[in-house]
Write a protein that binds this ligand. Structure first.
Ligand code: IVH
Length: 669
């Protein structure tokens, strides 16, 4: 019998050695021992662990694969949201971005950037506690992702245990999981042999692999990982992104080797051209370059907008293109009645994806591009976005091409269409147009709406066409007995759907508002409205001016909101939904505990230390609100240089008046 203490020590040694050699092999691409020698070490580990199962540790290299298949993925709330990036489509956009930074910081001092290849994979977060990997998750919607720990553990370039180094106790690293072009080809070749569907591109292959409930399948996929950031740079002793990337490397994480520190935007633009050149010869797909402000102090000052940080921008590479024939045009009626022409194409392979439809946006676009049916056209596909027709190839015209005419009546209901003066869209104005209703209902139950499971596009089409649902309230009247006998349904699926509908009755106001599909109102503006008004009743009573007073709500939105909520049939529907049990719970994040909660600021005159944008952003970060005109809701008026007449008015109203110094002190509270 082995002495347990000796076994424990031997296991510890083996793990250390295996981790080291795996790191040299996978991360450094610079192995020190042969594959055979490595296999021997691994086999010894497996044998010993099999004999002493109680000495197996969760971070043992043997634990990469294994565990029982899951029934579903749990959700994970990111401690710090995972933001996305704004796009730049040309070099000018990089310089515009820099100008915005200077304006925001109210200074034109130069600063350095880090330019990194933008990996075309999937963003994930990996959490380490005391150097041991404890959690891995997808980005999801940025706030909530899915727990894919088991799957991420199978990725050899993700260390289960970090290399010794300085690192906070709780360490959340972010990066991109991807599959190399080689790996993708090999994977698809294997799938041909096995008669499986092929993956369209490496990104889809990576996504499909991470979505496996059985991590043994994921383990067979050639997934890789590059780290590019952390949730909280403050928890590190680094002051720049460049230093951070060094530290990540020293902890055993793989970092892209084509990262450059750029002393100015000129240098970043040059790196962009360099990467564009390099792109075809890289062993993995990149779709652009990310430019990040190097200094964390400046990053902090810049902060973030709703979805993306102000301190970074993604320069996108031009999309891949191909030519094919334009066969015909289909006219689609959207949920607001807008009629969109869609190009029906002879199927063509572009960047590994078969394209047979492309958006043509609107009538003006068709005219501007002078497209005709029968034309050979240049088609572009950029990442995930819908393919686009760029232009006709005029040289290939035969003279038999036909002009494209917009329909004079709605292709779905026959109602005459109109085109408003200041609009590009041709619209069906029939409020009862079945196509519009259907689209609106699909939006309502869909992912960006109420997200009711089981009520996807196909099901909604079915429910509308068989007359069970014709408006939103009908959804909440559905019974198991209505559904179970429909084609494709049964007792179980009917029960499940009714349950999901019931559960979806309790929701948040912002989700509900964006589900309604009010023109110009999306998820972000819906949450601004929720924050400001707090209840549906108050929103229903608000005037157009009150809507306008919400920071982030412009003229079009305000007009659209007020005409929507003034519509008697909308009011009746909303009352009905209340009676059917639709309820709103408090929003998750409570800003009332923040120092500036319940305060509404109005800025007038120019500030010296801040730009207007930074000042506003700071107020919002601290839970306050910003008004754009003087009203009774304003609690604090901040007067800079030349404050104008607002100051006098504010005095009349007896409001708290601050100078820049006073405002600064308030922020420090
Ligand atoms: S930084 C807030 N760096 O691009 C910072 N992102 O639109 C956001 N991506 O979801 C991430 N390579 O999946 C960053 N070097 C890189 C990246 C990168 C690819 C992806 C990432 C993210 C998306 C942002």
């Amino acid at each position: 019998m082995h002495d347990r203490k000796n076994v424990r020590e031997r296991l510890e040694r083996l793990r250390e050695e295996i981790n080291l050699h795996a790191h040299l092999y996978y991360v450094k691409d610079d192995p020190l021992i042969s594959d055979g020698e490595y296999d021997l070490l691994f086999q010894e580990l497996l044998d010993l662990e099999a004999r002493f199962p109680d000495l197996v540790t969760p971070d043992s290299p043997s634990r990469r694969v294994g565990g029982v298949p899951l029934s579903h993925f749990d959700t994970v709330e990111h401690r710090v949201p995972m933001l996305s990036l704004e796009n730049a489509f040309s070099e000018e956009d990089f310089f515009e971005f820099e100008k915005r930074l200077h304006r925001f910081l109210n200074s034109s001092d130069p600063f350095s950037y880090v330019a990194e290849p933008k990996m075309d994979g999937l963003a994930v977060e990996i959490v380490y506690e005391n150097g041991i990997m404890v959690l891995g998750s997808t980005r999801g919607d940025g706030s909530v992702g899915e727990d894919i720990t088991q799957n991420l553990k199978t990725v050899q370039t993700i260390p289960l245990r970090l290399r010794p180094g300085t690192c906070p106790e709780l360490f959340e690293v972010r990066g991109e999981v991807f599959i190399s072009t080689e790996g993708f080809k090999a994977l698809n070749e294997q799938r041909i042999k096995e008669g499986e569907n092929l993956f369209a591109n490496p990104r889809n292959a990576a996504a499909g692999s991470l979505r496996q409930l059985d991590s043994k399948i994921t383990a067979q996929r050639p997934l890789e990982f590059f780290a590019y950031g952390v949730s909280d740079p403050d928890s590190f002793s680094c002051s720049t992104q460049a230093d951070l990337l060094e530290v990540l490397q020293s902890l055993g994480l793989k970092v892209n080797t084509h990262v450059r520190i750029c002393s100015d935007m000129e240098a970043a633009a040059a790196h962009f051209r360099y990467l564009l050149d390099l792109r075809p010869s890289l062993p993995y797909e990149i779709d652009g370059m990310v430019v990040k402000v190097n200094s964390f102090d400046i990053q902090k000052r810049l902060g973030a907008k709703a979805r993306s940080p102000r301190w970074a921008i993604a320069g996108k590479f031009p999309a891949s293109q191909g030519t094919t024939r334009l066969r015909s045009i289909e006219f689609q009626v959207g949920r607001t009645g807008a009629i969109t022409p869609v190009a029906i194409l002879e199927p063509v392979l572009i960047g590994g994806v078969t394209v047979s439809r492309a958006t043509l946006h609107n009538e003006d676009e068709i005219k501007r591009k002078d497209l005709r049916i029968g034309d050979v056209v240049l088609v572009q596909r950029a990442g995930d976005v819908i393919p686009e027709v760029i232009k006709p190839v005029r040289e290939k015209r035969t003279g038999r091409e036909e002009r494209i005419r917009m329909p004079e009546s709605c292709p779905e209901c026959g109602h005459p269409v109109t085109r408003a003066e200041n609009e590009v869209a041709v619209r069906c104005t029939n409020p009862l147009c079945p196509a519009q209703r259907l689209r609106a209902l699909i939006h309502y139950t869909g992912k960006t709406g109420m997200d009711i499971e089981g009520l996807g596009k196909k099901v909604m089409e079915q429910l509308v066409s068989c007359g069970l649902v014709s408006d939103i309230s009908d959804i909440y009247r559905l019974q198991v007995s209505d559904l179970r006998d429909l084609e494709g349904w049964g007792e179980k699926s009917a029960e499940k759907a009714v349950k999901a509908i019931e559960a979806g009755k309790t929701t948040t106001l912002s989700r509900f508002l964006s589900a309604l599909g009010i023109r110009y109102i999306g998820e972000i503006s819906a949450s601004l409205l929720e924050q400001r008004f707090g209840s549906l009743a108050r929103i229903m009573q608000a005037s157009e001016a009150e809507f306008l007073d919400v920071e982030g709500v412009g003229d079009q939105m305000a007009e659209s909101l007020s005409s929507y909520f003034q519509d008697p049939s909308v009011q009746a529907m909303l009352r009905e939904l209340g009676e059917l049990g639709v309820r709103f719970e408090e929003p998750a994040a409570d800003s009332s505990e923040k120092p500036l909660a319940n305060m509404v600021f109005l800025f007038t005159g120019s500030l010296e230390k801040f730009s207007r944008s930074e000042a506003k952003a700071r107020v919002k970060d601290l839970g306050g609100q910003v008004a754009s005109s003087l009203s009774r809701k304003v609690t604090h008026v901040v007067c800079g240089n030349k404050p104008g007449s607002k100051r006098a008015k504010a005095q009349e109203l007896g409001l708290m008046i601050l100078d820049e110094g006073g405002f600064h002190n308030l922020l420090q509270m």
